[in-house]
Write a protein that binds this ligand. Structure first.
Ligand code: GLU
Length: 491
């Protein structure tokens, strides 16, 4: 395959949806496999939905996932500008060319008129479509309106009763009856194009060869096909691959934008690994030929077949299941060596965490975390003094914790320093026996004393990290607290 050029065309309307990444992943792998170019074009023509910092966030997200583009508004490229708001003259030129050729027309309908029309259609249960009022304006009327500065939009003129064929790589050939295609606005009254005109003009001028995008765009594609024809570009219609839309975990509906888990930001904040997310996204739509679940991103290239062109993805709705993604992320973490894991974890935690301590904790926590955020509650007692909740202590089945803890302190004091924690297990089992309490309960009390919790990484290794003084201080503190509480209850 030669001169492959693919693009994503995100709109800067907020945090990028995980669906944008899913799409970008296909583009990236496809371009890499065939030595092509991956373009990011910013579709910022909808000024009502424009969000100031969104473009920057899109690029940060793509960077985070390692989905590097070859041409984009930041680095430019041979078909710059790549931001649609900087290409307005180009769209205008083609919009007027379409009017000229009789494939588009001026529409002077007011907002009020259109609203009324919509309302009537709704009552009659008709599909919302422009009623073509301005299609019949004659040249003089148009000129008169233009002279009087009456605001206008430009609409595409869709021929009646024609079959418009969309060729989709996944869905095959789909025929649309042109009479059901709306006379879509292509240029708005503010001089901005709509998506439909801009996407066709840009994909053509930027020599895009393959369009990977969500299936929700399939109904728009016949409009695009018509515009390609009207502009005389039918030989340059790209190959369409309308990818199945990612659904919620229950399979009901598209992964909602409103869910926090739809936004890339959530995964960054929770400390997921971008490579695990991409692997997961590939998995929900594609089966690896070797039956693998975990594989490097470029294996997804095996989904593309050249002659005849085919993309092996499931057409049914892939479900986004956070629990499975967490599982996969955990698998990635466990596969990493401690050194790399510590490095990545430190990047997540930031400089307020001491690197050496984190490093020591990694082997102790690796099996117990699914994402980096899990590390924080699991190890917080190492970095800050525990808060003792006596209700938690009450769950430990030991009648007089204070006396037992005092025995622990005595034993610890008697041990030679530095402590050899390897021997702790034996020493403290013996102590539990001597005190005639169950070993399990005893260790729970010990654990609570150093951490304020009943679940922690392995006890003695944690003690080693805490150090001798801190360990004894904490146990002493708990003795004092339980004494006080004991005193209060007795009184
Ligand atoms: N701006 C559209 C989006 O936000 C692009 C659709 C397309 O790829 O053609 O998804």
């Amino acid at each position: 395959m030669k001169n492959v050029r693919v693009r994503i065309a995100p709109s800067p309307t907020g945090y990028p949806h995980i669906g944008t990444i899913y799409q970008a992943m296909f583009d990236f792998v496809f371009a890499k496999k065939y030595g092509g170019k991956f373009i990011v074009r910013i579709e910022d023509t909808d000024r009502n939905r424009f969000v100031e910092k969104a473009e920057e966030i899109i690029f940060n997200s793509l960077d985070w996932f390692g989905l590097k583009s070859d041409e984009n508004p930041k680095i430019g490229g041979p078909y710059a500008p790549y931001r649609q708001s900087e290409r307005l003259d180009i769209y205008k030129k083609y919009a007027f060319e379409l009017v000229e050729k009789g494939h588009a027309y001026y529409c002077f309908c007011t907002k009020e008129r259109l609203e009324k029309m919509r309302g009537d259609q709704e009552t009659k249960k008709l599909p919302p479509m422009y009623d073509k009022t301005c299609l019949n304006l004659n040249k003089d009327q148009v000129e008169e309106n233009l002279k009087n500065n009456i605001p206008y939009v430009i609409r595409m003129k869709v021929p009646e009763n024609r079959k418009v064929v969309v060729l989709d790589t996944l869905a095959g050939e789909i025929g649309f009856n042109s009479s059901q295609i709306d006379h879509q606005v292509i240029l708005k009254s503010d001089g901005f194009p709509t998506y439909h005109l801009a996407v066709v003009v840009d994909d053509y001028l930027m020599k895009v060869t393959h369009v990977f995008r969500g299936k929700e765009w399939l109904p728009s594609t016949p409009k695009h096909i018509l515009l390609y024809e009207f502009l005389g570009w039918e030989d340059s219609i790209p190959t369409f691959i309308h990818l199945p839309v990612i659904l919620n975990a229950d399979g009901k509906g598209k992964l909602s934008k409103r869910l926090k888990t739809a936004s890339v930001d959530y995964y960054k904040n929770m400390g997921f690994l971008p490579e695990a997310i991409l692997n997961y996204l590939a998995n929900i739509v594609w089966n690896h030929p070797e039956g693998k679940e975990i594989y490097p991103l470029m294996d997804l290239g095996l989904a593309f077949h050249e002659d005849p062109f085919r993309v092996d993805v499931t057409s049914s709705g892939p479900r986004f299941d956070l629990t499975k993604l967490e599982w996969m992320n955990g698998e990635y973490l466990r596969k990493m060596d401690d050194e790399s894991l510590s490095k990545r974890l430190m990047e997540f935690l930031g400089s307020k965490y001491e690197g050496e301590v984190v490093k020591k904790l990694v082997p102790l926590t690796k099996e117990r975390i699914k994402k980096f955020a899990d590390f924080i509650p699991l190890t917080s007692f190492i970095f800050e003094e525990p808060k003792y909740d006596m209700e938690v202590l009450n769950k430990v089945k030991i009648e007089s914790p204070k006396e037992i803890l005092e025995e622990v302190i005595k034993t610890l004091d008697s041990l030679g320093k530095p402590w050899k924690v390897d021997a702790f297990e034996k020493t403290f089992r013996q102590l539990a026996e001597k005190l005639e309490i169950k070993v399990g309960d005893f260790f729970q009390l010990f654990r609570f004393a150093i951490s304020g919790k009943l679940v922690t990484p392995p006890l003695f290794e944690s003690i080693q990290i805490l150090g001798e003084k801190e360990t004894i201080d904490r146990i002493k503190k708990l003795v004092v607290i339980s004494n006080r509480i004991g005193g209060e209850t007795n009184g």
